[in-house]
Design a protein around this ligand. Structure first.
Ligand SMILES: [Fe+2]
Length: 515
């Protein structure tokens, strides 16, 4: 038994032992909820060919700590072949405990590959909504199509989730969420709907209540109930622009690490991730998931191990290359040595037809200087602050089949050619980046902008658009098609959706082309 399996088994045994004690205290009175405990909906995630993670959290009072007290509660889970939940194929019980906010993470196995299933939970006489999920295709098969979407940045206070309402109606097998699932801060900017608890999240109780408020949204719940999700985080799950690669022994970092441990635990408690529970300020989130031989998704963690952000340097300190000296320092890292070695090895070894680097922040270079002959690469929070790691990945892309980077964080859409050497516009395009706008963050655009012509200073940029929405993809063995979907507004609870642009990437031809 490995360490993870041991820890999980120990936790389960402890929970069941506690349940036994609970049952002994009140043997003849079955426990009944007075209020619906399934206020946060249901979710599934991290699909494998034989299983999926099922999630819920018991929270009859979601906005004030959950209302569950500390006693463990037994939760029954069911997986069925049919939406009416008549033909149950797997079932079991899970001991939900107060130390994890009565969250439930069931790792179901023994399912058939590439199949739709339905699931629900029961506890204390209450029944959850029914969710739909889907397993991944079997290893060794070549699926003829994979339909997926990706999204990021869902600031609750800055807009309604009209993008989610439309996303839930798409015909998809899986959804990727690339970070900023919550915003830890107080509501700011143009506030469309306020938080019930204002201020900043710093304690575990604060983060839990913030997640709970996000997850009470019916449109967000509907996307979770419709498809399995594969999730990574960005900064706002803990704190704006934080960098986790700090010295854990340095007493000056103590407060930051306590806050991070709270943020990581609340993230774990609210998402359907296939990871061991966090150990203080550590949670191993990076992982890969495959869809037969068609696609492999390398899901990165660009926060936990990154070197501290460099200060933005302007002239005269700027180097001739336009980068801050620290940004190109090979001693600094975005991924940390372990994750970077895992990614480079995985990209080199992958037999998949398409290889997606699924992560939070902008990967490509973008020059923000308007003067010809001058450069400003001021994206110190994204990969422009970590040039050495980026170059190692770009170099590895030359030996990788169809590498595509999926990103978020910018609150606008971008499509980039990824150049082997960004300093030389004539160098080979070795990959493609599709960067998705926000679900709601920054609200409706003041002036709507959609641009297809590459700007003179940034010839690698193929598309820019500033609507709210998500990206819907169809992947076939020889072609990736990406539809940039835009909603008409996030200022009202109901909106229409339309396709602003469609780009395709053909097998063996890195770089996206407008369809
Ligand atoms: Fe964001």
């Amino acid at each position: 038994m490995n360490r993870r399996a041991f820890l999980e088994a120990s936790a389960r045994l402890a929970a069941l032992a506690a349940l036994g004690q609970l049952g002994a205290c009140i043997p003849s009175q079955p426990f009944k909820f007075e209020k619906d405990p399934f206020t946060l909906g249901v979710a599934s995630g991290d699909p494998l060919p034989d299983g999926v993670v099922l999630w819920t959290r018991l929270a009859p009072d979601p906005l004030t700590g959950g209302g569950m007290g500390t006693a463990p509660v037994e939760v029954e889970w069911l997986v069925a072949n049919d939406e009416a939940m008549k033909d149950v194929v797997r079932s079991g019980t899970y001991g939900a405990t107060g130390d994890l906010a009565h969250s439930v993470h069931v790792e179901v196995s023994g399912l058939e590959p590439d199949r739709v299933y339905w699931y629900r939970f029961r506890a204390g006489g209450a029944e959850s909504p029914i969710g739909q999920t889907r397993t991944a295709p079997a290893a060794g098969t070549m699926p003829q199509a994979l339909r997926f979407a990706f999204a990021s940045c869902q600031n609750y206070s800055q807009g309604y989730y009209t993008a989610h309402a439309n996303l839930a109606r798409e015909d998809l097998q899986v959804v990727f969420f690339l970070g900023d699932y919550i915003y830890e801060g107080t509501a700011r900017g143009d506030i469309v709907r306020d938080y019930s608890k204002r201020g900043w999240s710093f304690t575990l109780a604060d983060y839990r209540d913030r997640y709970a408020q996000y997850k009470t949204d019916r449109d967000l719940q509907s996307v979770h109930a419709a498809f399995p999700w594969i999730v990574t985080w960005d900064d706002h799950e803990v704190e704006n622009n934080y960098a986790g690669g700090i010295d854990k022994e340095d007493p000056r970092n103590k407060a930051a690490l306590i806050e991070r441990a709270a943020g990581y635990q609340a993230f774990y408690e609210h998402l359907p991730v296939r990871t061991p529970r966090p150990q203080g300020p550590e949670l191993k989130l990076y992982r890969s998931l495959s869809y037969g031989g068609l696609a492999k998704f390398f899901v990165l963690d660009t926060r936990q191990y990154r070197s501290p952000e460099v200060a933005l340097c302007r002239e005269p300190e700027q180097t001739p290359s336009g980068y801050c000296p620290a940004s190109v320092d090979p001693a600094r890292t975005m991924l940390g040595a372990e994750q970077r070695a895992w990614l480079l090895q995985g990209l080199g070894d992958s037999p998949s037809s398409w290889n997606f680097v699924t992560q939070s922040v902008r990967f490509a270079q973008q020059d923000s200087s308007s003067e010809l002959g001058k450069h400003i690469f001021d994206g110190v929070d994204n990969w422009m602050g970590y040039v050495a790691d980026r170059q190692m990945i770009l170099d590895r892309f030359t030996g990788t089949r169809n590498p595509v980077v999926l990103s978020g964080d910018s609150h606008v859409n971008f499509v980039y050619d990824l150049k082997r050497d960004f300093a030389d516009p004539a160098s080979a395009t070795v990959g493609t980046e599709l960067l998705v706008t926000s679900i709601s963050s920054d609200g409706d655009p003041f002036v709507e902008q959609t641009q297809f012509t590459p700007p003179l200073k940034n010839p690698q940029l193929r598309f820019f658009d500033n609507h709210r929405g998500y990206v819907r993809c169809t992947l076939e063995p020889t072609r990736l098609t990406a539809d940039f979907r835009a909603v008409s507004t996030v200022r009202k609870p109901i909106a229409t959706v339309s396709t602003t642009a469609t780009f395709v990437v053909d097998d063996g031809k890195p770089g996206a082309v407008r369809a």
